[in-house]
Design a binder for this molecule. Structure first.
Ligand code: ATP
Ligand code: CA
Ligand code: CA
Length: 421
């Protein structure tokens, strides 16, 4: 099942950044990996280690192609998370993240300006994060760690590492490494990003018809009468885990997170090769158009023509086949919600298999309820129902999120409330 990716090779605008990220990870992670494991101490949570790379090299860092600084945060904690709680094989992890020409870029699918990169085997995602998210993750790391320890089946994003790269005279770029919820070996036919908010939470259906990789939202789910069909036992487990995870998020005072749901249709299989179509959607020109909308004046303006040519050329340059593993990787087998073909198999009330596999998890969990969000809350509240808009205070957000998630399961409680809206 080949994945065609928008690979970052030499010459790509983000090549140097990628090179530095991966070089930093390789050196930092292997340095800690070489040490004997020991129990965590409180200082491990606040630790940060600096590395300075240059073309000459020194005793700590081998020579690199570029000059840059790298910072590794809480390495012992993340190592513990990876090995003891997320069941990652250390050698595997390094290999996935450091092979040559390893990453493909997904542009910036969210509004936040974050960039996403897949490891070449599609198992890991590097997400660049804002400084405030970085600070926040460091602050909540002890609670996050304890939660993961107490909840091996948590649906929260699995954070494998937190790092920073700084180019000479350049910006500081923070990033996390996390699990890709979607498996390398199955097409995902429908994707939903669900928050439990119904105001403005709709991806236009006309556009969705043309774009198999569209990320649909709450209203699309409701209007399409979708349901998570999972038998009673799995439903109870999932409900309980969602309850615990949203309780933690409430306690941490965060909001704006979502349940990401990918649906694989077994009868359709992998023949559509949905990921191949992805590229046409998230081509490098998408973020460019977003950033400079005024440049594209009309379909036949010189700018628009140049832009289209750019898209075509870069698409062709960057298309390259990758062979993906056919089998599930080790870590998923340990996890109830990720062990049936990498996800949850749909089942009826008698636990007989149905035709779908669901891939789900809670993502984007690093947004604290800051002043900015409070302002957005008041602002959006002026024009819509103040309890249905997406930015509401954390306790309300978590309760609404949890009720919605219960409602989207067949046989789950509270379905009528949302359906009638
Ligand atoms: P915003 O703050 O505007 O919502 P963001 O930049 O913080 O955006 P996310 O919400 O984290 O981005 O993710 C945006 C999209 O990227 C998701 O809707 C999903 O399609 C994809 N995505 C994010 N995290 C994952 C993941 N762990 N596995 C698979 N896909 C993911
Ligand atoms: Ca989001
Ligand atoms: Ca976000």
């Amino acid at each position: 099942n080949p994945l065609v990716g928008n690979l970052i090779g030499e010459g790509h605008v983000n090549y140097v950044l990628m090179y530095n990220m991966l070089t930093g990870i390789r050196i930092a992670v292997s340095r800690w990996q070489a040490k004997l494991r020991r129990p965590l101490v409180p200082e491990d949570f606040t630790a940060a280690h600096k590395y300075s790379f240059d073309i000459v090299g020194n005793e700590l860092t081998p020579s690199a192609k570029y000059d840059f600084k790298f910072k590794d945060y809480a390495p012992w904690v993340f190592r513990e998370l990876r090995e003891s709680h997320f069941h990652l094989d250390p050698a595997d992890y390094l290999l996935s993240l450091t092979a040559k020409y390893i990453l493909s870029e997904l542009g910036s699918p969210g509004k936040s300006g974050s960039f996403f990169y897949f490891s070449r085997d599609y198992r890991f995602i590097i997400k660049t994060i804002h400084h405030t998210e970085h600070k926040f993750l460091r602050k909540i790391l002890p609670e996050y760690y304890e939660h993961v320890k107490a909840n091996p089946h948590t649906l929260l994003s699995r954070f494998y590492g937190l790092h920073r790269v700084k180019l000479p005279r350049g910006r500081k770029i923070h990033f996390v490494i996390m699990n890709n919820l979607f498996p390398p070996h199955k097409d995902v036919h429908e994707t939903y990003d669900l928050k439990g908010s119904t105001v403005g939470r709709e991806y236009p259906e006309e556009k969705a018809a043309l774009n198999p990789r569209a990320v649909l939202k709450d209203l699309n789910w409701i209007n399409r009468h979708r349901q998570l069909e999972i038998g009673p036992e799995k439903r109870a487990l999932l409900t309980e885990q969602l309850r615990r995870d949203s309780d933690l998020l409430k306690l941490l005072h965060v909001m704006d997170y979502s349940l990401l749901v990918g649906i694989h249709n077994v009868a359709r299989g992998n023949r559509d090769n949905v990921r191949r179509n992805t590229l046409k959607v998230f081509s490098p020109a998408v973020p460019m158009v977003k950033r400079k909308p005024t440049q594209v004046k009309g379909p036949s303006s010189p700018e628009a023509i140049a832009m289209r040519r750019l898209v075509r050329e870069s698409d062709i340059q960057n298309l390259e086949s990758i062979t993906l593993p056919e089998e599930d990787h080790g870590e998923r087998q340990h996890l109830i919600f990720y062990q049936e073909d990498g996800g949850i198999r749909a089942t009826d009330e008698e636990n007989k298999n149905l035709d779908q596999i669901y891939y789900l998890g809670i993502i984007d969990i690093l947004t604290p309820y800051t002043t900015l969000k409070k302002m957005e809350h008041v602002w959006k509240g002026l024009s819509a129902d103040i309890h249905k808009i997406s930015p509401v205070p954390p306790a309300e957000y978590a309760d609404r999120f949890f009720s919605f998630m219960k409602a989207i399961m067949r046989g789950g409680e509270g379905g009528e409330r949302f359906k009638s809206e």
